[in-house]
Structures are given as C-alpha cells and as structure tokens.
Design a protein around this ligand. Structure first.
Ligand SMILES: C[S@@+](CC[C@H](N)C(=O)[O-])C[C@H]1O[C@@H](n2cnc3c(N)ncnc32)[C@H](O)[C@@H]1O
Length: 404
C-alpha cells in the first residue's frame, strides 16, 4: 500500500525559476497529487466493474451484440452513475490543480517576470520571433483546462502559463515524473544510450518543447550536442529558457518556431529530431506537415523519436480505449482521440520514413527511486497521464537507399 503513495510535493526541486509555494498551496498540491492517484488507481477500477456488471449487459440487451467501437462504449458509460461520479471528480481535480497553480503564480508574477528577464537577457538561451503565431488548433481551447493554454498571459511578455505548467505538473501526473518533472526526457536518454551506444549527436531538434521538461535532460545527457528546443508559444519559451539557465544548462536554445515551417534550417541539418507528448496536440492537417519537415531536416542515418501514450489498436480493449479517451471529451484535448486512432506508422511512412526503418519501444519514466516510487504499471495506469509511454521512432534511410 505505502508504495502506491506519491512522494510529497516538497520532493520537487526548487530550481531558481520555480514559483514559491505557501504552506496552503503546497498542501493543496499534495492533496491533488494523492487525489489523482486515488482516482486513477483505487477508484479507477470501479469503471471496469460498472462496465462489466451494468453497462455491457444493458448494451447487449438493447443491441443484441457487443460494442464495436470505443465511441459506443463512451456513450453507454456516460449513462452510468459510477462512471459519471468518477469523471466529475477527475475533471474537478484538474480544475483545482489549475486554480491552485494559477493563483500561486499570479501573486508572485512580478518577481517571476523580473527573474525570467534577468536570466534571459544574460544567458543567450532565448530567441523569440514575433512573426510566429500560435496555431489555431492550440488557441481554440484552453488546452487541458490550462488558462491561456501555452501561449496566453496576464500581460505582455509574462511567464504565467509556463510557471503554472511547471508548478502543478507534479500534481497532474501523481508525482510520477521525478524532482524536475523530467522523467520522460531522462528515460529517452537512458534508452538511447543503451540501444545506440555509439550515437554521438551534435545537433538535436526538439519540437514542441513547452518549458523544456524533457528537452533539458537530453541536453544534459548529451553535453557535446547543441539542442534546439522549438515551440510556437513565446510565453512557455520565456519561462523554459529562464528555467534552463537557472539549472545551469548551456547547450540548449529555446527558439520560437513552428514545426510546420522549419525553413530556417537546411536539409539534413540535425542528427536527432525528438518530440515528447506532442503529436496528440496536433491537428490532422498540421501533423503530416511537421513530420515531412522533420524528415527533411534530419540527416540520413539520423534518429527521429516521438514519445507518446500508446496508439489504440485491435489488441487494446474498447473500455481501455474509451478511458484513455477521457481527456478528449473532458479535458480540452481535442485531437487526442483522433491522433491515438491513427496509423502512426503510415503517417511516418508518408513523411518519408520507410516502415522497415521504423520501431516502437516502451519507455518508463526514470525518477529517483528513493523518493519517487516506481510509476504504476498497466493495471493502475491513469489513462493519459501515467509515466509510461511508447516511443515511435525511425532511422532516416541513408542517401543511397533514399535515391534507390
Ligand atoms: C503537450 S506540449 C509538449 C510537452 C513538451 N514536449 C514536454 O516534453 O514537456 C505541446 C507543445 O507544442 C507546442 N506546439 C503546438 N503546435 C506547434 C507547432 N506547430 N510547432 C511547434 N510547437 C508547437 C505547444 O505550444 C505546446 O507547448
């Protein structure tokens, strides 16, 4: 039982840019971290009981067959009182997390903005480009209930959204990502070093970096490389660059640029193109453009890696697909469902990555085990949030193969 408990909020590292939490704010984050684990673990099991005991028999009685698609499961489950209660609790927990983070950031925004400006003016880690717009598919909703999404602000040039994202991610993820919320990036580094021990990238592109939670550990893990962390959202980049400078990281640049238009980078420029928990927030129009650009700027023999939640497929039970889809319908993640239903290998192939050069591997967050208990396994997963992902990758074919 105790191993199911999340670490205390105080386990989070107080890097210089991290907003200061009062006693009550930290207590609320502690409560929300526990609540998230409880909702996904203990309470989450009730969804299966409700489905098997009530929802499925009722569906069969009406239709004379099993559900054929996760949509049918969703519609039927939305009538069930337990599932409705579970869903409402989960939504409320997310809203409380956003409110707690936001009020904490707003009361110290002057100090945070001043510190970010100080770091960013002296570090050289930030390159903004006001001509780059936040895409409509990101501005049309407050993504995962985050006020202002990744790009908004309280006032011109502030760091509200980046700071709120950083201060509350621990609660959102049930404390599973480690003391710098960087368990995903650390896992990628550990995996690549293990399976490609001779890989010595010089130029790494991370697309959709937000505040760099997972781009920074890549820069730290490959100190000989220069990491270019791009994002369309200036508000997130301002915080991210200052956070990286505060952590003493020097081989990373935060650049305002869209993955849809990488024209500032020549063909075959990067040794590695990385995305982490990025693809599910893309519209169906933008994803092929970004993958094609990624293929163009990657050198032959270079690595592309997308860390994401697992794709849905015939082997995944419809109830699990439906529960994983919860964020799409209740947490302002408009593209989550469609993206996870895609043939991602087909999308990668259309962008130029031959199927034979593609691979899929499991990645589990790397976090300090004495403080952070291992992330929950499949049976206890917080659908959409657990620190267990799949990495969809490819090695770009060498030139002679591309030509042939
Ligand atoms: C879910 S977050 C990614 C999280 C991040 N990779 C990490 O590891 O913490 C998605 C990010 O993608 C950015 N984004 C969306 N469309 C983009 C585009 N076309 N080019 C670059 N960034 C984009 C958003 O502004 C947002 O910061």
């Amino acid at each position: 039982m105790s191993s199911d408990l999340p670490p205390p909020y105080t386990a989070l590292e107080r890097h210089p840019m991290m907003p200061v939490t009062s006693h009550d704010e930290a207590a609320r984050f502690n409560f929300l971290t526990h609540m998230n684990r409880y909702i996904s673990g203990t309470l989450g099991k009730g969804n299966k009981l409700a489905y098997e005991g009530r929802v499925l028999p009722a569906f069969k009685a009406v239709h004379g067959r099993d559900p054929e698609h996760r949509e049918e499961v969703r519609v039927a489950m939305n009538e069930d009182p337990f599932h409705r209660m579970w869903s409402a609790l989960k939504r409320n927990t997310m809203e409380m997390r956003q409110q707690n983070g936001r009020q904490c950031v707003l009361r110290q925004l002057d100090e945070l903005d001043a510190m970010a400006r100080q770091f960013n003016e002296h570090s050289g880690l930030l390159q903004l480009d006001a001509s780059v717009e936040q895409p409509i598919y990101n501005t049309c909703v407050d993504i995962h209930c985050q006020p202002g999404g990744y790009h908004g602000g309280e006032r011109e040039g502030d760091v509200t959204v980046g700071a709120n994202y950083d201060v509350g991610l621990f609660a959102t993820t049930g404390g599973a990502l480690g003391r710098l919320n960087d368990g995903g990036g650390q896992a990628v580094v550990a995996h690549i070093k293990q399976v490609m021990p001779d890989f010595a990238p010089k130029r790494i592109l991370d697309i959709g970096s937000t505040v760099g939670h997972n781009a920074v550990p890549i820069a730290q893990g490959f100190p000989e490389a220069e990491v270019t962390a791009i994002d369309t959202a200036a508000a997130s980049l301002r915080y991210g660059a200052a956070r990286a400078a505060g952590l003493g990281v020097k081989n990373i640049r935060f650049v305002q640029c869209s993955g849809e238009d990488l024209s500032r980078y020549p063909d075959n420029h990067f040794d590695w193109v990385q995305t982490t928990m990025f693809l599910h927030e893309l519209s169906s129009d933008s994803m092929p453009r970004i993958l094609a650009e990624a293929h163009r700027v990657l050198r032959p023999g270079g690595l592309i890696l997308h860390v994401e939640q697992p794709q849905y497929g015939p082997d995944m039970p419809l109830l699990e697909q439906m529960l994983r889809d919860w964020d799409a319908y209740n947490n302002n993640e408009p593209f989550w469902s469609a993206m996870h239903g895609l043939d991602l290998k087909g999308e990668m192939e259309a962008a130029g990555f031959a199927r034979k050069d593609q691979f899929v591997v499991g990645v589990r967050a790397v976090a300090d085990p004495e403080i952070f208990p291992p992330s929950p396994d499949g049976g206890q997963e917080d659908y959409g949030r657990a620190a267990i992902w799949n990495a969809y990758g490819a090695i770009k074919a060498p030139v002679e193969e591309t030509v042939a």
